[in-house]
Design a protein around this ligand. Structure first.
Ligand code: GLA
Length: 394
């Protein structure tokens, strides 16, 4: 199914719901979820990632208020929040307010004017599936608030950084920049090769002749995800603390070559060495994969995706048995170029690069495997690449 129209939002119905609730007309803004093709756990190491925005979006209907309050309600969680822009609320309350307040304050801290607003939010991006529902929420709210305050042409990287800051300061996750960046700057028919140090990007065409990107949501989410994420970050910082004393100019794992890592391997504890090896090899794979997609070499791109999965499973240890099973089932099907887990790991989604004529065979194989081995019914959909945050026309 194209973009897995599990739950499609009717934009006009959202506009009408806003008017019923707030008694005035609304503008509608949106931002997408994402799937990462390759470049996992590299963003917070100043490295490279290659995500694309998917067709599922979070929508925000909104209108400016004359006071300094933000009144927001989410239809998907049926929760609401009221914020006073002149009185900062407490962070990490564990609800919608963290995203709305965090984003508003991060924009103001970056000199983007934000005023009072009424917001009605709804989403097609499932929470906790590893498709970056949080970034879609931050970017749709951030873009709505900026636009309603007359700042719609605000720099997109600033919007992405504000979303990431909301995540760090209010939501409480120390994520990298990948998810917010692609939600802000995603391009139709293109993945973005993002340099997470310079924050520059190169659009990589995803107009694949006769092939598709398939997303397999295992619908599994292990509790470990956020605690282990922070442990992995700490492992990487540990590696940099040691390697920077041995190799001049090392500020992040991005600066380390595989040769240097091999030469100094004995200086690192065994686990830290494997974590660093994942990051160093994944950066190289990501650059190589961008080139492979650009030259239409899907066989090469697929091999790199398979290697990425093995590295995430064995060296970085962020996969899950369900993800391994999905990937194994996918790569065994003729016509599959490659497959890997995507996103933070410990559940969530796998991404498969597949010839169009093998899509239904892969879907059946992955579903059958997850059903028989784990009693799970995955959701599988193909996605083309979509645009980042935007205003929806009337
Ligand atoms: C999560 C984070 C991203 C990135 C990925 C792993 O999605 O939000 O910043 O670190 O995990 O690649």
């Amino acid at each position: 199914m194209q973009d897995g129209a599990a739950r499609r939002i009717d934009i006009e119905a959202l506009r009408e719901a806003f008017t019923r609730r707030f008694g005035e007309p609304a503008r509608v803004f949106s931002a997408p979820g994402r799937v990462n093709l390759i470049g996992e756990h590299t963003d917070y190491n100043d490295g490279f990632v290659l995500p694309m925005a998917i067709g599922r979006r979070t929508y925000v209907a909104g209108a400016a208020r004359s006071d300094r309050r933000i009144v927001a309600h989410s239809l998907s969680t049926d929760t609401g929040v009221e914020i006073d822009l002149d009185r900062p609320g407490a962070p990490q309350q564990g609800h919608l307010g963290d995203f709305v307040e965090g984003t508003a304050r991060a924009l103001m801290a970056r000199n983007v004017a934000v005023g009072g607003a009424n917001l009605l939010i709804d989403t097609e991006v499932p929470l906790g599936a590893g498709l970056s529902a949080s970034a879609a929420l931050e970017l749709s709210v951030g873009f709505a608030l900026a636009s309603l305050a007359g700042q719609g042409s605000v720099d997109r990287v600033t919007l992405a950084l504000a979303g990431q800051a909301a995540e760090h300061e209010y939501v409480g996750t120390r994520c990298g920049i990948m998810d917010q960046y692609i939600a802000a700057l995603g391009e139709e028919a293109h993945a973005l090769l993002i340099d997470c140090r310079s924050l520059e990007q190169r659009a990589v065409s995803m107009t694949l002749s006769g092939a598709s990107v398939l997303v397999c949501d295992t619908r599994v989410k292990h509790d470990l995800a956020s605690s282990e994420y922070n442990v992995r970050r700490a492992d990487c910082e540990h590696a940099v603390a040691i390697l920077s004393t041995l190799i001049p100019g090392v500020r992040a794992l991005r600066d380390v070559t595989l040769e240097q890592l091999t030469e100094h391997a004995h200086a690192l504890p065994e686990v830290v060495r494997r974590r660093a090896r994942h990051v160093v090899t994944e950066n190289a794979r990501t650059l190589a994969a961008a080139h492979a997609f650009e030259t239409g070499d899907l066989t090469r791109a697929g091999v790199l995706m398979n290697e990425s999965h093995a590295s995430l499973r064995d060296d970085y240890e962020v996969s899950a048995v369900e993800l391994d099973a999905a990937v194994d089932a996918a790569v065994a099907v003729p016509g599959v170029f490659g497959a890997r887990m995507t996103g933070g790991g410990f559940g969530g989604c796998a991404v498969v690069l597949v010839r169009d004529d093998a899509i239904s065979a892969v879907s059946s194989a992955v579903s059958a495997k997850l059903r028989t081995e784990f009693g799970r019914d995955p959701e599988i959909f193909s996605s083309r690449a979509h645009a980042g945050a935007r205003e929806e026309s009337v």
